[in-house]
Ligand binder design. Structure first.
Ligand code: PLP
Length: 493
């Protein structure tokens, strides 16, 4: 045991040791962020391989901080998939930017629990101020107030809960079971919508049968006429439509549902309109891309995730809601031990707006990111990601053995290999061979550790996805991915 480094018999680490180890950890992080590329982007580990290197039980005695940091370096970092790697192109790539990391560090140092205004005045008000800044950057009207949750899944669950509360069916008091006065409650989203909507219905006791999946057009956007027809049919059958979820930036292709037309349908039927802009919303801060949120000013609620494409470290999701009173009505429940004398009209108590009591000080990292980069700096980075995606798409389009499989409204490219020599068979066999080929290309690339791509299925076909979204990604990384793809293709055909 390194006595110089280990814990004192009581109390926390000394301030002197904190500074010393703190500097060492910041140095480690600086080195890591500068050289993330020295790790394979996708962790080359088998299940349980990592845990086998750890002791079965916790240490009885204090261990030195330097030994702990050494294990982070030796054991943990090599067994992680590196979302900070600039060649992370899978799912939606995200970024822990430096100011965001500092925000996390300070938030954990303050360790405030933002459950009530009184327990964290500055944190509560910073959240409101920062979300008001972000609202303006996104071009949303002032009637929207924002609240931070951990993820879009949780934001959407709260939005649908508010939509249900808005029906005034006394579900808060009576619940939904054992009642014969309730019709089938229905929620509508496109067949391309994220699975988090269905999960919200599970959590809210509505069940997956509450979801009506609306077909999409050739560009994977919700068909608003089909939506109107589905609502009318449900009404005729005695069901109670209450909420529509439109998506700006769907997960598979980043398609944008026609929010204006959907808002017309919602208005006609008096339905709550929730917009899932978890990924795509951030693009609206780029002045020439503001149109991606067109129609969203008519929504009742919108979720966007600064942890996806606004360079805030995970987790940070923002729900903007026009009817905070309804959200509050759905969730506010104040036991005696949490009662305060603060004027409830004047202050916001975070615990009133969701199922959780304790809340982390998440706005600090967003505030630091917005201040450090500024509106123009953030817009330039998002604009550059879109440029890189278009550049990559142009290479795909120009190559005879590759094809694009969806439009590119943001910075995600859906594409696949379709070599001409896989033509001379019947359609079914050809489709199966192309699927197998593209899957093999993806696994081949991911095994190199030099880039990480994911996939989806579009119209039944296996399709590759290259998502540009990491703050450290440059043209060099996109170009290298293209080179790897072509190497894999020639190796496999
Ligand atoms: N909505 C969309 C459109 C998404 O793409 C995702 C995740 O990628 C989610 C919701 C869920 O996000 P979260 O992980 O924040 O719950």
């Amino acid at each position: 045991m390194d006595s110089d480094n280990s814990a004192p018999p009581l109390g926390d680490m000394s301030a002197a040791d904190f500074r010393r180890h703190g500097h060492a950890i910041i140095d480690w992080i600086g080195e890591y962020l500068e050289n993330t590329e020295r790790y394979p982007v996708l962790a080359p580990v088998r299940p349980n391989e990592f845990r086998q290197q750890l002791p079965e039980s916790a240490p009885a005695q204090s261990e030195s901080m330097s030994a702990i940091i050494a294990d982070v370096d030796r054991l943990i970092a090599p067994a992680l998939t590196h979302w900070n790697h600039p060649a992370f192109f899978a799912y939606f790539s995200i970024s822990a930017s430096a100011p965001g990391i500092f925000g996390e560090l300070l938030a954990s140092a303050f360790n405030v629990n933002q459950m009530l205004w009184r327990t964290a005045p500055a944190a509560t008000e910073l959240e409101e101020v920062t979300l008001n800044w972000l609202r303006q950057l996104l071009g949303l009207p002032a009637e929207f107030a924002g609240i931070i949750y951990d993820t879009a899944s949780v934001s959407t669950m709260h939005a649908i809960a508010a939509a249900r509360e808005n029906l005034n069916l006394q579900i808060r008091e009576l619940g939904m079971s054992g009642r014969d006065d309730l019709p089938l409650l229905r929620v509508y989203a496109s067949e391309q919508a994220h699975s988090s909507i269905e999960k919200a219905l599970l959590a809210l006791g509505l069940g997956t049968r509450a979801l009506c999946k609306i077909p999409t057009d050739a560009e994977f956007r919700m068909d608003a006429n089909a939506l109107a027809r589905a609502i009318e049919a449900d009404k005729q059958n005695g069901a109670l439509p209450f909420c529509v979820v439109a998506t700006v930036g769907t997960t598979s292709t980043t398609s944008i549902d026609p929010v204006k037309e959907i808002a017309d349908v919602c208005e006609a039927h008096k339905l709550w309109l929730h917009v899932d802009a978890a990924y795509g919303g951030s693009a609206a801060i780029v002045p020439e891309m503001r149109h991606v949120l067109a129609g969203c000013e008519r929504a009742d609620s919108i979720v966007t995730n600064p942890h996806k494409w606004l360079f805030a470290p995970i987790d940070l999701s923002v729900l903007y809601c026009r009817r905070m009173d309804v959200l509050r009505r759905a969730f506010s429940l104040v036991p005696e031990y949490l009662r305060t004398n603060d004027d409830s009209e004047e202050v916001r108590n975070g615990m009133d707006y969701g199922i959780q009591l304790g809340r982390r000080f998440r706005s600090l990292k967003l505030w630091m990111v917005l201040r450090y980069f500024g509106h123009e700096g953030l817009a330039s980075r998002i604009r550059e990601h879109c440029r890189l995606a278009r550049l990559f798409a142009a290479w795909v389009e120009a190559a005879p053995d590759w094809e694009l499989t969806a439009p590119i409204p943001f910075s995600l490219v859906c594409f696949r290999a379709c070599p001409k020599n896989v033509l001379n068979e019947n359609e079914e066999q050809r489709a199966a061979r192309l699927d197998a080929l593209n899957e093999a290309i993806m696994h081949g690339i991911n095994a190199t550790g030099e880039a990480f791509l994911s996939h989806t299925k579009l119209n039944g076909a296996f399709v590759l996805r290259l998502a540009v979204g990491n703050i450290r990604t440059t043209e060099k990384h996109v170009s290298h991915a293209w080179q790897l793809l072509n190497e894999q293709l020639s190796h496999l055909t």
